[in-house]
Each structure stands twice: as C-alpha cells, then as structure tokens.
Design a protein around this ligand. Structure first.
Ligand code: NAD
Length: 418
C-alpha cells in the first residue's frame, strides 16, 4: 500500500493547513478552528426503487467554514465516498473560495451510491429525498450546493425544485450549475476549463514559455480537460496529447482538438483518432512537454511516477491530482505546480456569478461572465505569485498562505460569539 499522503483524506488537508498556519504564526484559536469542520450532517434515508423494494441510502453534508459568507461546495454521488473525504473536500472549498476572494465559505455533500446503476426515476427520488434531508443546512444565504463527480445540472434542478416546493416559491439561488432555463449562468459549463486556460497563459507568461509554441499534454477529456484543451489550442498552444479513462493519443506536431473532441463524441473515446499514436496514461504523464494538465482524477502524480515527469509547469485541473510526496519530488526537480485551489477555481467563480445573477434576477451575456472570470482569476494568480516570490514559497504554499490569511482575518474581525 502506498504511503503517499492524499488530499482526499481530511488528515492530510489538516496537516497542510497546520503547516502553513505554523509558518505564518497564525493565532492558535484560528488555526484550531480551521482544522475542524463547523457542521457535519449524516443522513440515512429511504428511496423507493423501480422494482418495488425500498433501499436505505447514506448521505452527508459538511460545512467546513462559513466565516467569509455562505458555505459553497458540490455534491458527489459515488459508491466509495466517505464522510472523511467529504470533510477534506469541504475544507479545500474554504481555501478555494478564499484564494479567489469570493464571499463564500466551504462545504461539500455526497451520497453513497452508484448513479450509473440507477434509473432516472430512482435518481430523481434519491435526489429529492436527499435534498429534503439536508434542507436544514442548505439555502441561498447559508449553504449553496453545485454539481461534482456523479451529479449534473439536472440533479441541481431537482434540488432547486424540492427546496422551492418546501418554501412555496421559486428559489433559484439555492444551487448553482443549474440548467440555463431555470437560472443557470452562461459560461458555467466551460468555466473550470476556461479558468485552467487563463491560469496556463498567466503561468506561461511568468515562466517565460511562449504560449504560441508551448506544448501541452492533457490527462482527461471530460468537462475540464476537453474545454481546457480546446481553449488552449485556440490560443495557439500545441496540444500534443490527450487521454481519457480508456486510452491516450499523442502527436508531437499537435492534435486537431476540435476533430478529436468530435471523434470522442461519436466513438466514446479518443482511442484510434487519426494522425496520432496510442499512448497509456503513464506515458502521457511522462511526456516531454512545457505544460502538463492533469484534469481527470485525484492522486495521479504520486511518489512512484513523479520522477518521470518532464513538464516545466503542471496546472492542476483536477482536485488533488498530486500527492504531497510527489509535490516534494517535483519541487526538487524545479517543476512549478499551479495548485488545484487556484487553477480549477474557475468553476466556483462562475457559480458565484450564477448565484449573484439569481439573487438579482438579472442575467448576463457570456462575454460579460467571461470578463469577470478573467479578472478574478488574473487577480488571484497575481496575488499568489507575489506571496510566492516574497516568501520564497512554492505556488501551493503561497495559495494556502493567501487563503488562510483571508479566513483568519475574517475570524479575527468578526470575533468569537458570544
Ligand atoms: P468528467 O467526468 O467530465 O471528466 C473526467 C475525464 O477523466 C473523463 O474524460 C474520463 O474518461 C477521464 N478519466 C477517468 N479516469 C481516467 C484515468 N485513469 N486516466 C485518464 N483519464 C481518466 O469530470 P470533470 O468535471 O472534467 O472533472 C475532472 C476533475 O476536475 C475532477 O477531479 C473534478 O473534481 C475536478 N473539478 C471539476 C470541476 C468542474 O466544474 N467540472 C471544477 C473543479 C474541479
């Protein structure tokens, strides 16, 4: 079994928070507060299945911290999700919203289930009952869910409808990542990949990589990876490799990303795409390239493969793709990592913009949304970079320093009740 420290475990996130608090001499009261989740709700609830039986499901909603504003974080449907993982992801959301300076705290929710094995009817009944169970926490002013692994805009629509039925009126701002017809934001679907593209170009500029000549390898061709690959190739970067769960494709001269994504849509995989050679995910991670963008799963770059990485910069599109041990190895090799809480924050930024639009019932055009996203990501990148340079800290530590400082200042300013 690997001894790598993984960000999926709350203990690992706590350790990262503690290390940075100690480095910054953060008052112990604030430090201890950041190392615990404020509220944790576990629910066991029945769902009528299509065959007439009733099954009991277990779900969670955890608010790590809401000192800077309402808690914010996705809902995950996965057969192996645990309360500990939900705590870790909730804490990362507190840091993510603070690093991009949007007025939110951090939360996460989950139901232990395999959505792929449920019918639409079962999925809807499960979602509505789970939403009813967590209504004591969620609300547009208290805690705002969004999609995460295994959930989607339709599931957000059912949560919004269930919550609204309980209130007796329509409450669009209770969730984000909704379909456009019921108050979703233009630009939300592409937001995380767009944020990765913005961060990549900023990093390239700072680390003196010419974006027009930069070679990019993207692990994962889902929402984040496919969007980032498409937008980066539009910016002139040479995307030389893309992979999905089945296979990877490589062309050192650059892949035609629009054709590749169309091919994946038609065949279900990138495997067998014209003008490319097939590679494994391990080979993709070890390619000679300027930018490596892991945008699939957590724990992909670990102690055992970190030494094979040859990229100059890693942009963490996925949550927690690099373990702490791998982080140290990569740092030793001089490889720069733009951490997940900064690189993939574009999704929560546009979720915030969706919430603002819902609250004021006034909706914006896509260029307007993208302009705000560009501004927020650019500011956050500049602030993290400045802290990194001033403190001789890597970008992950600097991002933690910025977010922890913001949360600690908010705690100090609000004081302790009563
Ligand atoms: P997705 O399900 O749309 O896409 C995941 C992609 O990864 C798919 O193409 C899948 O085939 C591929 N994949 C799965 N296993 C793989 C493997 N072993 N090797 C290579 N590829 C593999 O998911 P997504 O929404 O794009 O999310 C990807 C990551 O980004 C996750 O870590 C998620 O938590 C994170 N993230 C997503 C968002 C968002 O707005 N979607 C926001 C922040 C962070």
């Amino acid at each position: 079994m690997s001894t790598d420290t993984v960000e999926k475990e709350f203990g690992s996130v706590r350790k990262l928070i503690s290390d940075v608090c100690e480095r910054m001499s953060i008052d112990e009261t604030y430090h201890l507060r950041l190392c615990e989740c404020e509220r944790e709700l576990t629910v066991h609830f029945p769902v009528k299945m299509d065959d007439g039986t009733v099954k009991i499901f277990t779900g969670f909603r955890v608010i790590h911290n809401d000192i800077r504003g309402p808690a914010k974080g996705g809902i995950r449907y996965h057969p192996e999700v645990t309360l500990d993982e939900v705590r870790a992801l909730a804490a990362l959301m507190t840091l993510k919203t603070a690093v991009v300076n949007i007025p939110y705290g951090g939360a996460k929710g989950a139901v232990i289930c395999n959505p792929k094995t449920l019918s639409q009817g079962e999925l809807e009944r499960l979602t509505r009952r789970y939403a009813a169970e967590i209504t004591i926490l969620i609300g547009p002013e208290s805690d705002i869910p969004a999609p995460d692994v295994g959930t989607n805009p339709q599931i957000m629509a059912w949560i919004m409808d269930t919550y609204s039925m309980g209130k007796g009126y329509c409450v669009p701002a209770v969730v984000t990542g909704k379909p456009i017809e019921i108050g979703g934001s233009k630009g939300r679907f592409e937001a995380t990949g767009r944020g990765c593209m913005i961060t990549t170009l900023l990093a390239a500029k700072h680390f003196k990589i010419n974006a027009k000549e930069a070679t990019v390898a993207v692990q994962g061709a889902g929402n984040v990876g496919a969007t980032a690959a498409k937008l980066l190739s539009k910016e002139g970067c040479r995307v030389i490799a893309v992979s999905d769960s089945k296979s990877g494709v490589y062309n050192p001269k650059g892949l035609d990303i629009d054709s590749l994504l169309q091919y994946k849509k038609e065949t279900g995989s990138v495997n067998g795409f014209k003008d490319s050679e097939t590679i494994t995910n391990a080979e993709l991670l070890g390619l000679q390239c300027d930018i490596l963008l892991p945008a699939a799963l957590e724990n992909q770059i670990v102690k055992t493969n970190a030494d094979s990485i040859k990229a100059k910069v890693i942009i963490e599109g996925a949550n927690g793709p690099t373990t702490s041990e791998a982080d140290k190895i990569l740092g030793g090799k001089g490889i720069v990592i733009i951490p997940d809480i900064l690189a993939n924050a574009g999704g929560v930024v546009v979720s915030y913009l969706e919430w603002v639009q819902g609250l004021q019932s006034f909706f914006w055009d896509e260029p307007e949304v993208n302009t705000y996203l560009q501004k927020i990501m650019t500011n956050a990148f500049a602030e993290v970079l400045e802290i990194s340079q001033r403190n001789k800290a890597d970008m992950r530590t600097a991002a933690y320093m910025l977010s922890i400082r913001r949360v600690a200042e908010a705690i100090a300013t609000r004081g302790i009740f009563p």
